[in-house]
Write a protein that binds this ligand. Structure first.
Ligand code: ADP
Ligand code: MG
Length: 654
């Protein structure tokens, strides 16, 4: 049976500007069981011919029959499968993978075949025993001599029981003793029935061969057949290409390879994991801060009760009439009693003004928020002072200098939030104020400390500190059962009337109920979260680009390895998956560590800065999915580049 039949094979290399014709119309038939040696001067085209015979390279033209089947039109993946099942290749440079043991090097082609053979575990050991290396199975290639490495390479070529064994100057890098050993192994293999085709420039080796072919300038100039080989078993293989399916061992190998390659480049892997980690951690932390702010603001707004209205002068007065009058509605103290008396459905009205000032007490200084409220505020907001009491209506009317302190102010001035300051005096704007109470504790709303304030009567602030009649906020409590909208409109009309505005200038007054306030607050909080989230996403993206870079480096560093894997039968998908899995692996580990760090960071933020943070399952899932997607997207380009490499070009890479 003819194992190989070449008809009129030519090969021309296409360089950028140059065409290099190397083989010219080679006709060659090789029978099963032959030991063929190809000789010739350097540059005569021996390797080119052998690479074509071994399906590592494609001829430019001509017909190639392997075991009677025309393969010159086969796809890359089909050729990979043929190489894997029927051909073994031994290179001058050994081409072993340096990271893995001799045993694993020998087992490599088995990963890409789908043999579910029970004995497959022992196969590499048996072959290593055959080549005399039973005691070196766990050694790595760099712990072996050149001759030993080449023997490992031969065992690797045999692991899938090839029909033909190719060897391109297998002894070229070896001393004469190793050369003898290697050639004897090849001879023995040939005697056991394997067809051997070997390139060499050592004439003394030709005595081992059954046939010697001489090549010169791409043409066969002599073909000596010493003895006719008996063609033994004649079971022709009619259909030699089978589609490969994914096996567990192959997927396991993808992971083993990915982890191995990450481990062998520790610093680089750490850096890329760090990049993703920072992105994911900031995504988690920022979403937690944003979500926390939203939640606590919402809680605070909800705690005010649903029957509360806020009244403010309109922010912008649109329309010609308002600008003609030139006036702006400004709230005055008389409005409070007037609304209470003249609008139906009102339970209580409180005026509010706030600003900042320096408070001095106990020899200490604190810059804090000053809020003036009218007497009714206590009832409307259900305030129960922590210590002392709220001010009386008379104290307000007499503009008494009395204050209630927030706990943060107490802590700032007296060094202890639990200190009882009732009866003490504090100075604000060089005037003494008597402390009559401590405000109930409220905590922080997002990033504002609600306990950092000094509360006093509205009139005291207006006339003693601010020097104005005007303020800008009313809280109105609506009677239970009253219609909120009706009351709102009545308030607006009453204010327009008393302030001499036209009834149509409804823009001048802004009455809002809690639902509207809540809506405004949460849309602000959403925008805030979105902003933080997008910053984090950008950093994640930067991390992803970093990964892509590193993957590209990894691909070009391992081009030779890719070439070898393809030579022993890996197809494009195998290489693609191996690199994508590596990239996803980096991103996932970065993602998981990032989630842990991000959660830690948000807890620390909430402890240190006293911000409310809230880590949601959603943000964790989001961050994790993002890191996987980043790994996939940024891993695909380098992986594709790797998978499309031509095996022989990749092997030549250095
Ligand atoms: P041999 O193995 O007999 O020494 P080769 O088959 O390696 O010779 O090379 C034959 C000729 O083809 C040489 O002139 C070499 O320069 C050229 N050649 C080999 N490989 C390539 C390539 N990838 N691109 C361009 N020219 C090549
Ligand atoms: Mg060569």
């Amino acid at each position: 049976m003819n194992v190989i039949e070449l008809k009129n094979i030519s090969k021309t290399y296409h360089l950028e500007k140059l065409e290099v014709p190397v083989l010219f119309g080679i006709d060659l038939t090789i029978k099963r069981g032959e030991f063929v040696i190809i000789m010739g001067q350097s540059g005569s085209g021996k390797s080119t011919l052998l690479n074509i015979l071994g399906l590592l390279d494609k001829p430019s033209s001509g017909s190639f029959k392997l075991a009677g089947i025309e393969v010159s039109k086969y796809s890359d993946d089909e050729l990979a499968s043929l190489r894997n099942k029927y051909l073994g290749f031994v290179f001058q440079q050994f081409n072993l993978l340096s990271r893995i043991s001799a045993y694993k090097n020998v087992a490599l082609p088995m990963i890409y075949s789908n043999s579910k053979d029970e004995t497959s575990q022992e196969k590499p050991s048996k072959l290593l025993h055959l080549v005399g290396l039973s005691d070196r199975m766990e050694h790595r290639p760099n712990e072996l001599s050149g001759g030993q490495q080449q023997r490992v390479a031969i065992a690797r070529a045999l692991v899938n029981n090839p029909l033909v064994l190719f060897a391109d100057e297998p002894t070229g890098n070896l001393d004469s003793k190793s050369t003898k050993e290697i050639i004897q192994i090849l001879k023995n293999l040939n005697e056991s029935g394997i067809t051997v085709i070997m390139v060499t420039h050592e004439p003394e080796l030709s005595s081992y061969a059954s046939r010697v072919i001489k090549l010169q300038d791409g043409i066969i100039i002599s073909d000596e057949n010493k003895n006719t080989v008996l063609d033994k078993d004649e079971n022709s293989q009619s259909h030699i290409y089978k589609k490969k399916v994914f096996s567990v061992s192959r997927i396991k190998d993808y992971f083993v390879q990915a982890i191995g390659s990450l481990r062998s480049n520790k610093v680089r892997s750490m850096l890329s994991i760090l990049g993703v980690m920072i992105g994911v951690a900031s995504l988690i932390a920022m979403l937690a801060v944003g979500k926390g702010a939203q939640k606590s603001v919402q809680e605070q707004v909800e705690s005010l009760g649903s029957n509360l209205l806020t009244v403010q002068p309109g922010s912008a007065q649109r329309g010609g009439i308002a600008s003609e009058s030139g006036a702006r509605l400004r709230l005055i103290y008389e409005d409070i009693d007037d609304l209470q008396a003249n609008v139906e459905g009102i339970e209580g009205v409180a005026g509010i003004i706030s600003g900042r000032a320096q408070v001095v007490g106990n020899g200490k200084n604190a810059n804090t928020r000053i809020q003036g409220s009218s007497f009714e505020y206590e009832r409307i907001r259900s305030i129960v002072p922590l210590r002392g009491r709220w001010f009386s209506k008379d104290e307000e009317l007499e503009r008494k200098r009395v204050v209630l302190l927030g706990r943060t102010v107490v802590a700032n001035l007296y060094g202890d939030p639990d200190f009882n300051p009732v009866g003490e005096y504090v100075k604000i704007d060089r005037t003494d104020f008597q402390v009559i109470g401590v405000m109930p504790q409220k905590g922080s709303s997002g990033w504002r400390d609600e306990d950092d304030l000094v509360m006093m009567p509205l009139l005291t602030v207006l006339y003693r500190l601010a020097g104005t009649r005007y303020f800008n906020l009313l809280n109105v409590q609506v009677k239970t059962g009253a219609d909120m909208d009706e009351v709102s409109q009545a308030i607006t009309q009453r204010l327009l009337l008393t302030h001499r505005f036209l009834p149509t200038q409804t823009d001048a007054v802004q009455v809002r109920n809690m639902a509207e306030i809540q809506e405004a607050v949460s849309s602000m909080a959403r925008a805030f979260s979105l902003l933080l989230g997008s910053i984090a996403l950008i950093s994640l993206l930067v991390g992803g680009i970093g990964i892509m870079n590193i993957m590209f480096v990894s691909v070009s560093e391992r081009t030779k390895e890719i070439g070898l894997r393809k030579a022993v039968g890996a197809n494009n998908k195998d290489i693609l998956f191996q690199f994508i899995i590596e990239s996803i692996f980096v991103c996932c580990s970065g993602g998981i560590i990032g989630i842990i760090f991000g959660a830690g960071a948000s807890i620390i933020i909430s402890k240190l800065a006293d911000w409310t943070t809230s880590i949601t399952l959603f943000s964790i899932v989001l961050a994790f999915c993002f890191s996987v997607i980043i790994g996939l997207i940024f891993g695909v380009f380098p992986a594709r580049k790797a998978s499309l490499l031509n095996p022989i070009d990749a092997l030549r890479h250095d």
